[in-house]
Design a protein around this ligand. Structure first.
Ligand code: TRP
Length: 442
């Protein structure tokens, strides 16, 4: 047997190890729950990113050190995600029975976490659900905001699965100089643009955090579970929060985590805890879900899978993403055909040469040309796009002509969006935003 002194010494050692563990990982020690996944990689916090001339990517800032934009291969390594490679593309096509969306084929959705697991399960007739969201910071949405929704709509159609859309009006209230009423109103206005993307009301639930948090005991229980298992130290490391950030910001990541768990929506999943979740989002949202994936096993829930997109570049160039607060950096969903034309002609950064003679001789650079980049998002015809690339690179196609093609692609696309949005009534918004069963059996 052991003496009292021996037991005391062993207990002291154990306590010391727990303190060491917490210092090194930022988490409390829990038997059987190893610290996981890149969570404590100190170089993915924003503070570390500024100093070494690397790209800065976090939920609030995107800026690249090169005119070609962010180096996405490096980002995959830094974030510890996986590249969407040819093999995965082929699997998606095989399992869905559809040709991959051009966002996948062209590397606009370029990175993932656990997508193979989602497909494995789907092949065995185990379904999943989609979760995406939008921070409603103003009434005006721009074309870049549509990217995740256009893609999510495609996923909903080809896999025939339910979707939840989180409107983080609480987040925007905490981060911006806006009133609660304004944020809630932007939620409703933005929801109309989202609905105009064509989502099926029988398979889609759009919710305002300000409304749903208080209305759903199960959602709030998941928020609290996440809050208990993430320390201040961890969110400082992941999001770069400081001691002077308000406590609302510090606890907000738990609210963006909660929709990743099917038990947050008992009206949809009948209380099931184990329906897998797939989150299509821009890569800047990944920090939220690294955190979510880290806590999930510790609270007995499934890790969400992810599909990450690149950013939609600003008109001025791929170094930064479109911003709703700078009207000249973006094409808005409310722009008139004339505004679209003027903005592109005046502001779209060109990869062409300074004079026609030089351009004819040396050709343009499609890698930095914003008009060409936009066409990779919105011109669905692969052959046409390839021909434009060839002609621009050889100098046969001039910048003005390239811009004209983009203008003529965007004008009808945006006019059609405006037409569909006009058809969205307040009653329809109400329907989408009412907690209810969706037309799906799990
Ligand atoms: N934080 C996101 C934004 O500001 C909104 C959001 C909430 C989101 N949940 C999400 C985006 C899930 C993508 C996926 O826009």
């Amino acid at each position: 047997q052991f003496s009292k002194a021996e037991i005391d010494a062993a207990v002291q050692l154990l306590l010391k190890l727990k303190v060491d563990y917490k210092q090194m990982t930022g988490q409390d020690y829990k038997a059987g729950c190893p610290p996981s996944e890149n969570l404590i990689v100190s170089n993915n916090g924003p503070a570390a990113d500024d100093c070494d001339g690397e790209d800065l990517v976090d939920p609030w800032n995107v800026s690249a050190s090169s005119t070609k934009g962010v180096d996405y291969d490096k980002l995959i390594v830094r974030f510890g995600s996986s590249k969407i490679d040819k093999e995965l593309l082929e699997r998606i096509e095989k399992v869905s029975g559809q040709r991959a969306h051009h966002f996948l084929r062209r590397g606009i959705f370029f990175s993932h976490r656990d997508m193979h697991q989602i497909l494995d399960a789907y092949e065995k007739h185990k379904s999943f659900y989609l979760y995406t969201g939008r921070g409603p910071s103003s009434e005006a949405m721009h074309v870049g905001h549509l990217i995740p929704f256009i893609f999510t709509k495609w996923l909903q159609d080809v896999f025939d699965i339910p979707l939840v859309v989180q409107m983080t009006d609480d987040e925007k209230y905490l981060w911006k100089d806006l009133t609660l009423e304004e944020c809630h109103r932007f939620t409703v206005e933005n929801a109309k643009d989202i609905i105009a993307c064509g989502f099926d009301v029988n398979k889609t639930f759009i919710f305002s955090d300000l409304d749903y948090m208080g209305a759903s005991p199960q959602f709030y229980r998941n928020v609290v579970k996440v809050q208990k298992h993430v320390t201040f130290n961890q969110v400082k490391g992941i999001f770069g929060f400081t001691d002077s950030d308000c406590i609302g910001k510090i606890s907000f990541p738990a609210i963006q985590a909660a929709p990743s768990f099917s038990s947050s929506f008992p009206q949809i999943f009948g209380g099931k805890k184990d329906v897998p979740c797939l989150i299509p989002c821009a890569i800047d949202q990944d920090p939220y879900f690294r955190m979510t994936r880290d806590v999930a096993p510790r609270i007995g829930l499934l890790k969400p899978a992810l599909l990450h997109s690149t950013f939609f570049p600003a008109l001025q160039g791929a170094q930064t993403k479109m911003s709703a607060s700078d009207p000249n950096s973006s094409i808005f969903l409310t722009d008139t055909p004339k505004q679209i034309k003027n903005k592109i002609n005046k502001h779209a950064f060109s990869g062409g040469k300074d004079t026609v003679e030089e351009h004819r001789k040396y050709g343009g650079n499609t890698e930095v040309d914003v008009s060409f980049l936009y066409l990779t998002f919105f011109l669905e015809d692969d052959e046409k796009l390839e021909k434009i690339k060839e002609d621009y690179t050889s100098g046969a196609l001039l910048t003005g002509e390239l811009k004209k093609i983009l203008i003529e692609t965007l004008q009808p696309m945006i006019a059609q969006h405006q037409e569909r949005r006009k058809q969205v009534t307040d009653e329809m918004v109400q329907q989408f935003m009412t907690p209810r069963p969706l037309n799906y059996k799990f």
